[in-house]
Design a protein around this ligand. Structure first.
Ligand SMILES: Cc1cc2nc3c(=O)[nH]c(=O)nc-3n(C[C@H](O)[C@H](O)[C@H](O)COP(=O)(O)OP(=O)(O)OC[C@H]3O[C@@H](n4cnc5c(N)ncnc54)[C@H](O)[C@@H]3O)c2cc1C
Length: 305
């Protein structure tokens, strides 16, 4: 019988690696080995890898910047496809970018041209594909405000162009969180704005992040989603405040600890395991439930081994 790896390689027309440790590919610095691992440098490589996994009945996971996920210590039993398709074009107010383009790079390039709409995202380390998946946002704005259309590889294996409505964007969510469609590229529409003002906003946002986010420790950003106030749906109750008032400051399990400057962030002090993080997440969630009767929803995605 032909080994699975040979069948994937021949379907892909390229070589996948085996047993690649995932922790260096994540901002948390956590995760065991991927049974198979492939770096897609082009969109056709990305499509071929997904099709090779499907043809061989192997689970696959499209990995962007790895900044919103927790891989398991046991790793991933299927094919991890690292999206390194990093290219974009700007034409007037239209930005066309491959899915693996780093959001922060797009922020710099668009602000440089006096285009407004992405400045809120300054400092977001992930890819534009990952940002669309989770409708990444900050400072009251999110990717859904500027996405005009995208090219997808659908869950039933078709390449199609879809518009903004298709995604049914909501707070930190989109339809593709359920369907498993893959974003191959995006088309964003931005507006001409004052370059100096945009540059100042970007500087401010990055300063804010440097001061309040872990700069030299592993993390995956906010652990929980903020919640809408029941009395006034326009009002947001920051999960960090609820956590702080529920006494999570100082909590830790193993090398996973609540970040001292922001109670909605868990940091990896060095050797944290996925088990440490999961236990700490439960402890934090229980603290808020016991104190406020609010069951917080997790924002970090757990990737099953
Ligand atoms: C310090 C820090 C600060 C952060 N601040 C913010 C913030 O202010 N706002 C915010 O929203 N997030 C924030 N995050 C979280 C994270 O950066 C964002 O959610 C980011 O958009 C995730 O993108 P990624 O490429 O890293 O996705 P990954 O973590 O690699 O993947 C996340 C999900 O997206 C899917 N995905 C990736 N690429 C594609 C694709 N091409 N097609 C379909 N699905 C895909 C993956 O399969 C996975 O399910 C922060 C994280 C850190 C570490």
């Amino acid at each position: 019988m032909t080994r699975i790896i040979n069948r994937i390689n021949s379907a892909l027309g390229d070589r996948v690696e085996e047993n690649v440790i995932l922790s260096p590919y994540t901002s948390f610095g956590i995760g065991g080995p991927a049974r198979y691992f492939y770096v897609a440098k082009t969109t056709s490589g990305l499509v071929r890898a997904i099709r090779a996994a499907r043809a061989n009945d192997i689970r696959f996971f499209v990995l962007g910047g790895g900044s919103n996920i927790l891989f398991d210590d046991a790793g991933f039993s299927g094919l991890v496809i690292k999206d390194n398709t990093d290219k974009f074009r700007i034409n007037g107010g239209i930005v066309s970018a491959l899915s693996g383009t780093i959001v922060d790079r797009l922020v710099d390039a668009t602000v440089e041209r006096g285009l407004g709409g992405m400045e809120y995202a300054a400092g977001i380390k992930g890819t534009i594909g990952g940002a669309v998946h989770g409708n990444a946002g900050a400072f009251g704005h999110a990717i859904n405000e500027i996405l005009e259309s995208a090219v997808l590889l659908s869950d039933d294996d078709k390449i199609e162009v879809v518009d903004n409505d298709f995604f049914r964007f909501a707070y930190r969510s989109s339809r593709i969180c359920q369907t498993g469609d893959t974003v191959l590229s995006v088309r964003l529409r931005l507006k001409s704005e004052d370059k100096r003002q945009l540059t100042e906003i970007v500087k401010d946002r990055r300063k804010f992040r440097r001061e309040r986010h872990p700069v030299d420790m592993g993390s995956a950003g906010s652990v929980f989603k903020n919640i809408r106030s029941l009395e006034n749906p326009d009002e947001v109750m920051p999960a960090g405040k609820l956590l702080e008032e529920s006494g999570v400051r100082g909590m830790s399990i193993g090398d996973a600890a609540v970040f001292e400057k922001h109670c909605n962030i868990i940091v990896n002090l060095g050797e944290a395991t996925s088990e440490d993080v999961k236990k700490l997440v439960e402890k934090m969630r229980n603290a808020v439930f016991d104190n406020f009767g609010i069951d917080l929803e997790r924002e970090i995605l757990y990737i099953e081994p």
